[in-house]
Design a protein around this ligand. Structure first.
Ligand code: PSU
Ligand code: MN
Length: 304
């Protein structure tokens, strides 16, 4: 369980893994770059509690002091949520982050890597990255997608935000051989709303069925990850018309300001919160908790 000096597993997580109990990984970019302070810290701690309430141990992951830290203390979560500078670390940033000791938040891709190093198979977040709108021209495709193709961790999300090109994101996942399974619906969800206008590539009704599908998927040689899409609860969902105009405006502003690379997603996320006067943040927090509960239930069904 020890991977040299590059992996530090928190005490509670180490004990749970050692006992073969269910553990759910949680990412840190959502804390540092995905939500404003102080709601980011409150949410991260509340999400850990949801995992516990559903019978699993939470393992929030970041890169700190030159190591993947799997299972953060409350003070470390507060630091990630309030520090003046936190590196947003995707796969390409891992070597630099580890060798320099900079404080780095892990994206979905990098949290999958940390989870896999520690032997954790379930991971809950809000939304993953994907193919950006205009991605066929800009080639802006999140490193989360190839990671899903190669690293055997199941990511529970509320689908993907329509800041992205959802049809092309699903095409890309198909090419990479990533199962996309929606929980309890035959429609692929679009983060704030339960409907993206697209059918889900697969759908199952219970956490136990999803655990069985994952177990079978991972029998394949070279099997990578899986995307489990969990529609936002009905009473928390936003009207498509309400959010679509805001997203279009945020995407246009990013283009006008020539924002590129890893800055694009954090810019869009914070503009959407500003433009909805915090309404989108409320929905975002609700869906992350909903995903944490499902991930814990699947982890329990998988048997640790
Ligand atoms: N989408 C969200 N909230 C988030 C992110 C994406 O709705 O917080 C974060 C995740 O950490 C994800 C990352 O892995 O943004 C993707 O960034 P990029 O598009 O630069 O790959
Ligand atoms: Mn990108």
């Amino acid at each position: 369980m020890n991977n040299g000096d590059f992996l530090v597993i928190g005490e509670e997580v180490r004990a749970a893994l050692g006992a073969g109990e269910a553990v759910v990984a949680l990412e840190s970019t959502i804390i540092s770059h995905g939500m404003p302070w102080p709601r980011n810290v409150e949410t991260a701690l509340a999400v850990e509690q949801v995992v516990r309430d559903n019978g699993a141990t939470p393992a929030t992951i970041a890169i700190m002091d030159g190591a993947f830290r799997v299972g953060l203390e409350k003070e470390q979560i507060e630091q990630l949520g309030s520090a003046a500078y936190v590196l947003k670390a995707s796969r390409r940033d891992v070597g630099v982050a580890l060798s320099t000791g900079v404080l780095a938040a892990t994206t979905v891709a990098t949290t999958m890597i940390g989870a896999a190093l520690a032997g954790i198979r379930l991971f809950a977040t809000g939304g993953t990255g994907g193919v950006h709108r205009g991605g066929a021209e800009s080639m802006d495709v999140s490193a989360d997608l190839p990671e899903l193709g190669r690293t055997p961790v199941a990511v529970v999300s509320a689908g993907v935000k329509s800041i992205l090109d959802i049809p092309r994101t699903l095409e890309y996942l198909e090419t990479l051989g990533v199962p996309v399974i929606t929980f309890g619906s035959d429609r692929f969800p679009a983060f704030y709303s339960r409907e993206s206008g697209l059918p889900s590539p697969a759908w199952l009704e219970t956490p136990g069925q999803i655990a069985a599908a994952l177990h079978a998927h991972w029998q394949m040689p070279g099997a990578g990850g899986a995307l489990i899409a969990n529609p936002i609860p009905e009473d928390e969902a936003m009207e498509w018309a309400e959010i679509e105009g805001v997203i279009n405006r945020a995407v246009r502003e990013a283009e006008d300001r020539s924002i590129t690379g890893k800055e694009v997603t954090p810019f869009l996320l914070s503009r959407i919160v500003e433009l909805t006067g915090g309404e989108s943040l409320r929905a975002n927090i609700a869906l992350v908790k909903n995903n944490a509960a499902l991930a814990a239930q699947i982890a329990v069904a998988l048997g640790g």
